[in-house]
Ligand binder design. Structure first.
Ligand code: GTP
Ligand code: MG
Ligand code: ZN
Ligand code: ZN
Length: 395
């Protein structure tokens, strides 16, 4: 039986299992407990919305396209998720949904990464791949603006630490539409990409982490962020002022990335009924953030310091990616006492290392004047090429 995954609550549903919402403004609104629960965690918080309608016939294989409201007798085409009652992307039954999880310990740079990546994808990256990149509806557009874009790009302030359960923590869903101009095909491919900013503190405790387990378990790709300044060896060799501005001074309470990775592996195995010794088939991009702060420690001529080549190639440059992987792997072998690389290769079928900077430089206190991201798109493009959304180029 064909299934789809809700990009909001990450529940897996049968294709035939869908509800509708009445869109007639003259039809009395009703209290929607499921969406209230999803949005606020409390099903009794007020949330008046159009009536929820079950389709008259469920169909055998495909998703019903409409349903008639028993209240006003108007037809509705607005499909909603049977579990959380959020409006599903149009044509969810026909297009690929890709869930990208951004995971990392507290303060590794997840929120700044998402903020800058979305902006870059929208403005420069997608056009290099004949694609457009836009939020699936105005709610998502507003949330990106309020929680990420306005503070960082308009007010030039650093983003605050993400609060568990805040709106910044609800998934942001973007549609990437790729026009295929090849001779025989004139189809567009739409890929729905869900970003979910996991609060660092949720990952340091197994219980609260289970609230995000569906999301992580259903991921099509994982971007696992690592802060080089959270490695003691690197920290010791870096200018204390840079360490302080990039990662704070307190390293005692930081979660060990190998620990977080272990928990992520447990969640994925549980969600997908994988045995303890089975390798996880989800590609994982182990990505060092804040690479700007690492510059003085990197050997001259390092490829990770060069500009990202993929945009101008109009394809994912696998050779460049392989070189960076090798470069970072060799650096890691110099940084002692670090169990993360072993965990990664033991557990995941496919992994690659990346290095990037969201801001391009060390911030000055709480403010940042210009943002010059470096290689921010690399792990995302790797995952998109893995799923054959964009072409791959091997020189
Ligand atoms: N040097 C440098 N510092 C950065 C960069 N990106 C983020 N930072 C620093 O890292 C801090 C944490 O970044 P966030 O994006 O808030 O980290 P987070 O992983 O979302 O943190 P939590 O929400 O608390 O889990 C920022 O306040 C900056 O000081 C970067 O590209 N370069
Ligand atoms: Mg955050
Ligand atoms: Zn849902
Ligand atoms: Zn109605």
């Amino acid at each position: 039986m064909a299934t789809y995954i809700c990009p909001y609550c990450f529940s897996k549903n049968k294709m035939t299992d869908v509800l509708f919402r009445c869109g007639n403004t003259n039809c009395p609104a009703e209290q929607d407990k499921k969406i209230a629960l999803y949005e606020t965690g409390n099903e009794n918080s007020a949330r008046l919305l159009g009536k929820v309608i079950a389709p008259s016939s469920k169909g055998f294989f495909s998703m019903p396209t409409d349903a008639v409201c028993p209240g006003c007798h108007e037809k509705s085409y607005k499909r909603i998720c049977p579990q959380c009652h959020n409006e599903l992307p149009r044509e969810i039954d026909q297009h690929k949904g890709i869930i990208i999880s951004v995971i990392g310990a507290k303060n590794t740079g997840k929120s700044h990464f998402i903020a800058v990546l979305i902006d870059q994808m929208r403005r420069y990256v997608s056009s290099s791949f004949n694609a457009s990149f836009s939020p699936i509806n105005t709610d998502h557009e507003k949330r990106y603006k309020n929680d990420f874009y306005t503070p960082l790009f308009a007010s030039h302030r650093l983003l605050n630490s993400t609060v568990s359960g805040s709106t910044a923590q609800r998934p942001l869903i973007y549609a990437m539409t790729i026009s295929d101009k090849s001779l025989f095909k004139r189809n567009n491919t739409i890929v729905y990409i869900t970003f979910f900013d996991t609060a660092g503190e949720d990952l340091s405790d197994e219980d609260t982490m289970s609230t995000v387990n569906k999301y992580i378990g259903q991921s099509s790709g994982i971007i696992f962020l690592l802060d080089p300044m959270q490695i003691q060896d690197v920290r010791d060799k870096t200018d204390p002022a840079v360490v302080n501005a990039s990662s704070g001074t307190d390293i005692k309470d930081l979660a060990d990335p190998a620990d977080i990775l272990r928990r992520v592996c447990n969640l994925i195995r549980d969600a997908n009924n994988l045995g303890d010794s089975e390798m996880i088939p989800i590609p994982i991009a182990a990505t060092f953030t804040k690479i700007d702060a690492l510059k003085p420690l990197l050997p001259p001529g390092c490829i990770v310091l060069e500009d990202s080549p993929h945009k101008s190639l109009h394809a994912f440059d696998q050779t460049d990616s392989d070189n960076i992987h090798a470069e970072i792997e060799s650096m890691l072998s110099d940084w002692s006492g670090w169990d993360f690389p072993q965990q990664l290769s033991i557990n995941f079928k496919k992994h690659a290392y990346f290095g990037l900077s969201a801001l391009g430089k060390t911030p000055n206190g709480q403010s940042i004047d210009v943002i010059r991201p470096h290689r921010i798109e690399d792990p995302m493009l790797w995952l998109l090429s893995y799923h054959n959304v964009i072409p791959r180029n091997k020189k």
